[in-house]
Design a protein. Sequence first.
Length: 309
Amino acid sequence: MAEPALPPRPSLLSPRLWPMWLALAAMCAGARLSWGLQRRLGALIGAFALRAAGTRRRAAQINLKLCFPEKSEAEREVLLRESFRDLGIGFFEFARAWWGGVEPMRRTVRIEGLELLDDVRAAGRGVLMVSGHFMTLEMCGRLMCDRLPLAGMYRKHRNPVMEWAVKRGRLRYAAAMFTNEEIRPAMRHLKQGGFLWYAPDQDMRGKDTVFAPFFGVPAATITATHQFARLAGCAVVPFFHRREGADYILRVGAPLPDFPSSDATADSARVNAQIEAMVRQAPSQYLWIHRRFKRRPAGMVSPYKKPEE
């Protein structure tokens, strides 16, 4: 496989890009702080964001209420605060993964289940490693790249500076990066026996979506996992990752049996169930600020709609 090309750097001369360049400079500086200081600062940033991010805080509150109806309001408020704390720490995890060093993490990381991929690799099949949008995804993706030639798939950013930073940062360690518009190159990567990290747990607003349960709530779910497995003949493998204190646990599950089936909706529900199980193990580290349930089946109102709207 050819070495992935680095993207050209956007111009420094356009004033409209200066705010993002300043944010990127802060991110690069933050990447070089000690891990202990990053965790403390991240907790402070998360506490500030909890108070300042009104719309996103409300979305997270609604998501937690929908997904954990069995919890009391007080329990959900504790989880909300913990999720924003992990959101703040996640900022530094992203920064360190892209621009810093990960030696402290390499000393304590635990990776489980790689042996479950032996038969798939021996057969020369590609592997679609399905995960969710956890705040640890960037750090754990980099740590997994120490063991596997892992490529990634992501949604292209509108801001050219952010797009450049994301791709340049990830190509420091990933085998390749594909936008969600680069389906054919991603498919080719899988057909050649490659590994591809993919998170299908957000509403992509594409046409190839179905409503499948996520925590028992109908969620617009992209069918790409089913389509990749059907067209590329790849194995679909759950990939869970979490932080425990200052340590990281990466767990590779067994390939999903009898996947894909002939039913894209049933397959999407199976994938959602896998991601739900991951979330239940580390709920505070999941990205709750995304409005996962905005699109609803016919006749159902968005839970994020304010009463006066």
